[in-house]
Write a protein that binds this ligand. Structure first.
Ligand SMILES: Cc1ncc(COP(=O)(O)O)c(C=O)c1O
Length: 399
């Protein structure tokens, strides 16, 4: 049946009361009705996706409603659409308390991490990174033939700031992920400031990229964003993403914050129109709804505590998570654990050398999802160990 523009827009427009049809189509009635419901795509596939540190509930209501409204402007380049990329920079600047000229946009923060390597490292000036940490910067360096110094994390999974500072001499770029993916741990504000001050003094030409992809999930009172350091120092930059707490991983919005010169450099390397106007509309709406992020943090904190207890009851050591995933000492190779879980319908994180023989990363879904996952994980790890009470009575049977 042919679909007219009018009937298409009618189908998308919000209903006067209750959720819009687009909201329901995208997230399902349960997602609207219950915080604990999982996303419909995952449910219908019957597989639990606990492998990519995504938000199990997807974008918030404000973002979904803005998306439906933005369809009429989809024919415009994102600089011309309403809201435009300039509006997005302004919304981010407002949210982070900086000026728009302190903000560069990326197609996810992934793009910005890769640009940072191009901008600051070279065959003469190496990249310093942690092991394990998020691998995109080192992958980019390897592609470009740039040397990489990997500094092992400490026994608690924290980035070793002392050893990183030592490795920084003559380096082009330090990649500092806080909280660190995959170990989930965070450094307090005081330690970050001391580290930046020391590197600036001992190796003033070395740039520092502080990746705060999981900033919105941190509950440690000692933590604070490094944005003030990025404003203060010419070669310190903070990156963030809307892929995690904002639930917009598929929409690809990331940003960097720094001094205007540093930001101009990112913009020079960025692809023209590296945003799309629908995602821009959703992002602007989401940034204007901070209560949704507070609620998402609270939801994740509860599910994180539940899942941490679950693993501890199984006898596994869990690193102190300040993110939406756990790094668990399962005592067996990550690949083996991942494959055993996958055969039972649960996808968990990949192997992270050098801790790939003993640790696994498990993303945190809803409590309901973690109860279902718990039954499978207890079976995989159990070998006779009891299934914890919380996981033994899932609200839905495992698939
Ligand atoms: C630490 C860290 N930084 C950056 C990213 C990239 O996120 P995106 O490109 O979706 O913004 C991820 C994704 O998982 C991550 O874990």
């Amino acid at each position: 049946m042919p679909v007219s523009r009018r009937s298409f827009l009618h189908a998308l427009s919000p209903a006067p009361a209750g959720p819009s049809s687009a909201f329901v189509a995208a997230r399902g009635r349960e997602a609207h009705a219950a915080e604990g419901a999982s996303a419909p795509a995952r449910r219908s596939a019957g597989v639990l996706l606990l492998d990519s540190n995504e938000n199990p509930l997807g974008p918030g209501r404000a973002a979904m409603e803005a998306l439906t409204r933005a369809f009429v402007d989809a024919g415009r380049y994102p600089t011309n659409a309403r809201p435009s990329t300039a509006d997005l920079r302004e919304a981010i600047a407002h949210r982070v308390s900086v000026r728009p000229e302190n903000v560069a946009l990326g197609a996810g923060s992934w793009e910005l991490l890769r640009s940072a390597v191009r901008l600051h490292a070279s065959s003469a000036r190496h990249l310093v990174t942690a092991a394990p940490t998020f691998e995109q910067p080192e992958k980019m360096a390897e592609q470009l033939g740039i040397g990489v110094r990997r500094v092992p994390v400490d026994k608690d999974g924290r980035i070793d700031l002392e050893a990183t500072a030592q490795a920084a001499r003559w380096a082009g770029l330090i990649f500092f992920c806080n909280p660190n993916n995959p170990t989930s741990t965070v450094h307090p504000a005081r330690a970050v400031t001391e580290f930046v001050t020391r590197v600036r003094k001992e190796s003033p030409d070395t740039a520092i990229l502080i990746d705060e992809a999981y900033h919105d999930y941190v509950t440690d009172p000692g933590y604070a964003t490094a944005v003030p350091l990025a404003l203060e120092h010419p070669n310190v930059v903070v990156t963030r993403t809307l892929s995690k707490a904002y639930g917009m991983a598929g929409m690809r919005i990331g940003y960097a914050v720094g001094q205007p010169r540093a930001i101009e450099n990112f913009n020079r390397w960025g692809i023209t129109f590296n945003q799309n106007s629908l995602a821009v509309a959703a992002a602007v709406a989401s940034l204007g709804d901070p209560a949704h992020i507070d609620a998402e943090r609270a939801r994740n904190t509860e599910a994180r505590a539940f899942t941490t207890r679950f693993f501890q009851d199984l006898g596994c050591r869990v690193m102190d998570s300040q993110a939406n995933f756990l790094f668990v000492e399962t005592g067996r190779p990550a690949r083996e654990f991942k494959e055993a879980c996958a055969r039972r319908g649960i996808l968990v994180g990949r192997a992270f050398p050098p801790l790939d023989k003993s640790h696994a990363r498990v993303s945190i879904g809803t409590v309901d999802e973690m109860q279902r996952a718990g039954v499978v994980i207890a079976e995989v790890l159990g070998a006779g160990r009891p299934v914890p009470a919380a996981a033994s009575s899932p609200s839905r049977p495992p698939r």
